[in-house]
Write a protein that binds this ligand. Structure first.
Ligand SMILES: Cc1cc2nc3c(=O)[nH]c(=O)nc-3n(C[C@H](O)[C@H](O)[C@H](O)COP(=O)(O)OP(=O)(O)OC[C@H]3O[C@@H](n4cnc5c(N)ncnc54)[C@H](O)[C@@H]3O)c2cc1C
Length: 335
């Protein structure tokens, strides 16, 4: 066994890495603070946010309002934009000094990059893409729930001997906690020792992603193989309902719609108020991305389709005339 960087009995507290963009915390950081608050309360431990960046005071206050007891802030112009070397080096130094018991990160592109790098640097384990987090009864170890073996089974993973116990969670898995401006917490600035020479990459250009964000949509109309390449009615219905278009992986693989729209294990996890799922069979890998919708309406011509086990409203029919009728009715009401 590789010796741990620090012993479990030296480790204290639950930490959340607070990913930020332009000083504002990413949604997943707030979601993790919400879940972290619940987990910390259950064991009577402190919830600490780790915030790296430059000009991030507002983000630290945002973290306190969303449940952090304490925010450790490392500010430096070299941390203004994410780079693997700078963020790994600074985070690892702070973690080795403060010895958190648990560290949660968002499974965003940067969060995933940092988590993998940190786990190696800290010689600990990492449970990636958790769909649930809980304390194990008796031991108090973190249990990360993941879909395994191609999505066919749910597995609980723990890290018994190394610290911090690390997990990443994708955006949208946990709800956004409410903001409480009266919640009290401590913001602590720590000195950063970082040399430009430690950073092997140089950012030449930043390009803002112009695609859709289905993780924040309150209405989603999703299409799968059953739309047979024609996303017209699905898109029209989504537009009339003020929602976004979602898709199964098959529909994306076939090039009918962009990858930004993919719902599921290898796509996005969504939690809309209403999801209309059209011509999608409802494989576990798809359903994991829509199961927390407030209301699921499934339209499928196969009465045995697994999606009907998840759906609140089941329409056994050809999706095209059903969508046509819904579109006509909405247009009649709101021309
Ligand atoms: C590791 C791994 C990760 C994966 N990740 C994802 C993921 O993130 N997201 C995802 O979606 N999939 C994912 N998959 C694939 C997943 O297992 C399924 O293959 C996929 O979700 C099926 O897509 P579908 O429902 O569109 O197609 P199908 O399973 O082919 O279902 C099409 C459905 O359309 C219905 N239908 C056909 N014509 C009509 C009609 N005219 N009207 C009404 N209904 C009609 C059929 O009855 C059928 O139920 C993953 C698989 C693996 C192994």
């Amino acid at each position: 066994m590789i010796p741990p960087a620090y012993a479990p009995d030296e480790a204290r507290g639950l930490w959340v890495f607070l990913e930020q963009e332009g000083g504002q915390l990413e949604g997943v950081a707030l979601e993790l603070l919400g879940k972290g608050r619940e987990l910390a309360r259950a064991r009577g431990i402190l919830l600490t946010g780790l915030l790296l960046g430059h000009g991030v005071e507002a983000g630290a206050r945002q973290a306190i309002a969303h449940g952090a007891d304490h925010v450790v802030v490392a500010e430096d112009p070299l941390l203004a934009a994410y780079t693997t070397d700078a963020y790994t080096n600074v985070s690892a130094r702070i973690i080795l000094e403060r010895k958190p018991e648990t560290l949660l990160l968002g499974a965003t592109p940067n969060g995933r990059d940092l988590a993998g790098r940190l786990a190696v640097r800290l010689r600990t384990g990492l449970t990636a893409d958790c769909t649930g987090l809980a304390w194990e009864e008796g031991t108090g170890l973190l249990l990360g729930e993941v879909t395994g073996f191609g999505g066919g089974v749910m597995a609980s993973i723990k890290c018994a001997r190394h610290r911090p116990q690390m997990a990443t969670v994708r955006p949208g898995i946990f709800p956004l906690p409410p903001s409480d401006p009266d919640h009290a917490g401590r913001i602590e600035s720590v000195a950063v020792s970082l040399e430009a020479g430690e950073i092997r990459t140089q950012i030449l250009e930043r390009v803002r992603h112009a695609g859709v964000d289905i993780t924040r949509a309150s209405v989603i109309v999703a299409g799968g193989r059953g739309v047979k390449g024609d996303f017209g009615p699905v898109t029209e219905l989504a537009r009339l309902l003020g929602g976004e278009v979602g898709a199964s992986r098959v529909a994306c693989d076939l090039g009918w719609i962009g990858r930004d729209h993919q719902i599921g294990q290898t796509g996005f996890v969504t939690r809309p108020k209403v999801a209309l799922v059209c011509g999608i069979s409802g494989a576990t890998q798809f359903s994991v991305g829509v199961k927390d919708a407030g209301l699921i309406v499934a339209i499928n011509s196969d009465p045995e389709a697994p999606i009907f086990e998840e759906a609140d409203v089941c329409v056994v029919d050809d999706l095209f005339p059903v969508l046509e009728a819904l579109i006509a009715e909405l247009k009649r009401r709101r021309p």
